[in-house]
Design a protein around this ligand. Structure first.
Ligand code: PFF
Length: 453
């Protein structure tokens, strides 16, 4: 019954696959709109600190758990500890994957809708920001458009996980990721030539420190986890296909660097246009859908640029949704003995159903609020801002305190002996971060977010 476990073909294969899970709507859609809602440069500054001080150390820890146990999140904790609590933490990762997938696919559906409009050319009719905004408003106010695209996107995701065409998606992302990168850089350069664009740079890179408060820090921390696919076992699962020859710390720094670069470049693209066209930076999830059509309409070759861009963005989203559904599927296949195909159909359908109230949060259910948030905002908040940091907290505690650090040291050195020989202080640095810095920061941020601090 058990096939031999697959392994990555090459070092770069792992880095690209992990970066493929990390780079997605989180970088191009979520990062710019959160930066816009949370004070621009101040948010970006806190975000980068979160990536370096918490994201990378937790990423190393998560990959190490997966590489050592060679299993899915729940199976890995079952193998490494008898603590039922930790088996539950693995389980929370599976639930987080389920919830994230439900709202993520709504936005991913929009990218397909925009791709369609780019192909037909109707997207290029909006040269003025107000018209592009209005168009977005009209589209997302249509419940049928939203739900239909959600279903289309979930169908694509399920199709890939169902047939397990890993090679196709891997190969696809190897081509599309660099293409997306080139297109983003092209858009950035074009955006910067627009009059008034430099106000965008100022907004992104000149921090107003008074803007930093607990909400900003919580948003930045949640985004670091979301963007790096951390805290729910996705990177753990990818780590389970690694061998002892791979250098985990070096790969982790690469993944973080690629992920953060894409986010910042996307930020420059969007904010140069936001300021050049006199739009407001803090409109929330609709931000890229209101700004980009204006650039595409104006720039030379914009029609083709728009088609490639939304195609690449849909594909980047698809590589992320596949990794999300894969975590849920792997759990039911490995731990509960389900057939892969059944697990995909059952849980893919359930995720789609959970996605429907999120898709309706922009129209029929826009006034239906729980704790002051629409269903979409609520699921996004619970999964990204609460479940992922909580998962990251317990992963840090496990590797820093419970697993036995002498053993952890030996395990993490496998494949990276030279690195630790050359920079022995790195090990102490990592230990201090896992033991104290990451848990304390995460706790402070979480407590203040629920109003206790
Ligand atoms: N990191 C992805 C993004 O930034 O779009 C989202 C994501 C994928 C989160 C996979 C979590 C995950 F397990």
């Amino acid at each position: 019954m058990n096939k031999p476990r697959e392994q990555w073909g090459s070092k770069i294969g792992f880095i690209l696959a992990a970066a493929g899970s990390a780079v997605g709507l989180g970088n191009i859609w979520r990062f710019p709109y959160l930066a816009g809602q949370n004070g621009g440069a101040a948010f970006i500054f806190v975000y980068i600190i979160c990536v370096i001080a918490i994201g990378i150390p937790v990423l190393i820890a998560e990959i190490l758990i997966g590489r050592t146990a060679q299993k899915n999140p729940v199976g890995s904790f079952k193998m490494l500890t008898t603590s039922k609590f930790y088996h539950g933490i693995g389980g929370m990762g599976v639930v987080a994957g389920f919830i994230i997938l439900s709202f993520y696919s709504v936005v991913a559906g929009w990218t397909i809708g925009y791709l369609y409009e780019a192909i037909t050319g109707s997207l290029l009719n909006y040269e003025v920001a107000a018209e592009a905004s209005n168009h977005f408003f009209v589209l997302t106010h249509d419940p049928v458009w939203n739900v239909a695209l959600l279903i289309v996107f979930m169908f694509l995701t399920m199709g890939i996980v169902y047939f397990g065409v890993q090679k196709g998606i891997e190969l696809g992302s190897k081509i599309m990721m660099p293409l997306l990168f080139v297109l983003l850089v092209g858009l950035m350069i074009y955006g910067l030539t627009l009059e008034g664009a430099f106000k965008g740079l100022d907004y992104l890179f000149n921090p107003d420190w008074s803007k930093i408060n607990s909400d900003v820090i919580l948003a930045a921390l949640g985004q670091a986890f979301f963007s790096m696919s951390l805290g729910m076992g996705a990177m753990l699962t990818y780590g389970s296909y690694l061998t002892k020859k791979d250098n985990i710390p070096a790969s982790s720094v690469w993944i973080a660097f690629l992920d953060t670069s894409v986010a910042i470049i996307a930020g420059i693209c969007i904010f140069s246009v936001v300021f050049a066209t006199g739009q407001s930076p803090d409109v929330g999830p609709s931000l890229i859908f209101r700004t980009l059509p204006v650039v595409f309409a104006k720039m030379p070759g914009g029609h083709y640029f728009a088609i490639f861009f939304f195609f690449a963005l849909s594909l980047a989203a698809l590589t992320s949704t596949v990794s999300l559904l894969e975590v849920v599927t792997a759990y039911f296949v490995d731990e509960k003995g389900w057939k892969r195909k059944n697990a995909v159909v059952v849980f893919g359908t359930l995720v789609t159903l959970l996605g429907i109230p999120s898709a309706l949060s922009f129209n029929a259910l826009e006034n239906f609020k729980i704790l002051g948030k629409t269903f979409f905002d609520l699921t996004e908040f619970i999964s990204s801002n609460l479940m992922l940091p909580i998962g990251g907290f317990f992963i840090a505690i496990f590797v820093g305190w419970l697993w036995g650090f002498d053993k952890v040291k030996e395990l993490v050195k496998e494949g990276s002996e030279k690195l630790f020989d050359r920079l022995p202080w790195l090990m102490d640095f990592w230990k201090i971060i896992l033991r104290f810095v990451a848990p304390v920061l995460i706790i402070i941020v979480l407590l203040s977010s629920i109003g206790i601090l």
